[in-house]
Design a protein around this ligand. Structure first.
Ligand SMILES: Cc1cc2nc3c(=O)[nH]c(=O)nc-3n(C[C@H](O)[C@H](O)[C@H](O)COP(=O)(O)OP(=O)(O)OC[C@H]3O[C@@H](n4cnc5c(N)ncnc54)[C@H](O)[C@@H]3O)c2cc1C
Length: 401
């Protein structure tokens, strides 16, 4: 029987890992199945652009994996049972169970409501394509009404900044406010922060600082000091958490649902499970958790691929880089900030800003799309046979941490 590798999720992390595993392991003794809810590759980094009305490329996963030998199963994962080594899915045919020998968990993340009442009922978000499209429809209806509708973006992390500036630039008829719990851009250098404030001024984004939103209603939010802020569309970008499926299945996870792993991305509670991308709490080479980001999806994916290939083929597992080096932030289509960070994850004093940063960001996004959607190109790698030992074929713990 072939060794069954099942990859859950075909986002930046899962699609990249599946393609590279297929390139490096022989199809004579491994079979790779990818389970994903949607038929297309979703460029999640561009969902704020989709929300304002831009058309964003979404390559079909069937085309992405064509010729790789990967079996694509379009289905929603509803449960994992790491004791029985099965995944439960719901699909057009009703669903069922898929067995695995090695599981790669890459189901990404969704917005964290933090228990704030009304978020689920009244707020919009840009964390997934369906929700970004819902926001787009709502922005269209506000635009059509012709009155200057008010959009409130809650959360001044990178997603909040990108979303507020993108809406302001694309929908000049709407008034946009960005609500920050502390000072705007607190994690950026002074130079980057100054640039961000000037960009908000230029685009007409009102910045509301030192404000915590405690409830979301249909046409307003309520702040911690009782102040109401009027809103025709509240966009919630105040944090992300991992899919709850891992925790429900009994895998060891952190408070925000990320799977706890060793240095090779292998679950500390269930060694046949690897986690990558937003789903994993990976401790970087600086001793701190890597942020949820496309860069982290690449680094954790690469480490997991090396660990799985090494472990199954009886080779030493390479220790790959796990680093966090910069943030590339778009401020609409023509402006941006590239902020490098030091070994401790703190902003370095200098930054690149303006048109140049916007071009760099565009290049990063194109590179990420290319890397995940061309799994058969690039470094070919030998397609290795598995080691004969039955424990290796079953994905035992031969990897070195
Ligand atoms: C608007 C926005 C802008 C961003 N900008 C940047 C940026 O500029 N730079 C950066 O580094 N990061 C950015 N990020 C974060 C980045 O997109 C994520 O860190 C990255 O997508 C994580 O990759 P992933 O593969 O773990 O998850 P995802 O890319 O989310 O992929 C998860 C996959 O799993 C599938 N899936 C989820 N649940 C199920 C289920 N139950 N069953 C089946 N399939 C399922 C999804 O359909 C998806 O295909 C941004 C995020 C957002 C929302």
């Amino acid at each position: 029987m072939k060794h069954r590798i099942v990859v859950l999720g075909a986002g930046y992390a899962g699609a990249y890992a599946a393609g590279n595993l297929a390139r490096r392991l022989s199809p004579l003794d491994t079979e790779i199945t990818v389970v994903n809810a949607e038929p297309d590759f979703v460029q999640r980094m561009r969902l704020h652009q989709l929300a304002v009305g831009q058309e964003i490329k979404a390559p079909r996963l069937a085309d992405v994996f064509e010729g790789t030998g990967i079996h694509l199963h379009l289905a929603r994962v509803t449960a994992v049972d790491p004791e029985r080594h099965v995944v439960t899915v719901a699909d057009a045919a009703g669903g069922g169970e898929i067995g695995y020998d090695t599981l790669v968990y890459a189901l990404g993340s969704h917005v964290a409501h933090h228990g704030v009442p009304g978020v689920a009922e009244h707020a919009f978000d840009v964390a997934a394509r369906p929700s970004a499209l819902r926001l787009r429809e709502h922005l269209d209806s506000l635009d059509k009404r012709g009155e200057a509708g008010c959009v409130l973006v809650v959360g001044d992390g990178l997603t909040g900044i990108e979303t507020a500036t993108e809406i302001a630039e694309s929908r000049p008829g709407l008034s946009v406010a960005l609500v920050a719990r502390g000072e705007l851009g607190a994690r950026l250098s002074g130079a980057a922060c100054g640039h961000l404030r000037r960009a908000c001024d230029r685009l007409g984004v009102t910045v509301v600082e030192h404000t915590t939103v405690e409830a979301v209603e249909a046409t307003r939010v309520l702040c911690a000091d009782g102040t109401p802020l009027a809103s025709d569309a509240t966009v919630w970008t105040a944090g992300f958490e991992a899919s709850p499926i891992a925790a429900a299945g009994g895998l060891e996870v952190t408070d925000n649902g990320q799977i706890v792993v060793d240095r090779t991305m292998r679950s500390v509670s269930h060694p046949n499970v690897y986690a990558i991308g937003d789903s994993v709490q990976a401790i970087g080479d600086n001793g701190r958790p890597l942020p949820m980001s496309c860069g982290s999806a690449g680094y954790t994916g690469r480490q997991a691929i090396d660990a799985i290939v090494g472990s199954l083929t009886g080779r030493k597992v390479a220790r790959t880089k796990l680093v966090y080096t910069y943030n590339a932030i778009s401020l609409g289509r023509l402006d941006g900030i590239l902020q490098t960070v030091d070994g401790e994850g703190r902003a370095k004093p200098k930054c690149v800003s303006g048109r140049k940063a916007a071009l760099i960001k565009t290049g990063i996004i194109k590179g990420a799309l290319w890397g995940t959607s061309h799994p058969t190109l690039g470094r070919p790698g030998r397609r290795r046979r598995l080691a004969a030992a039955p424990d290796a074929r079953r994905g035992s713990s031969r990897a070195t941490a």
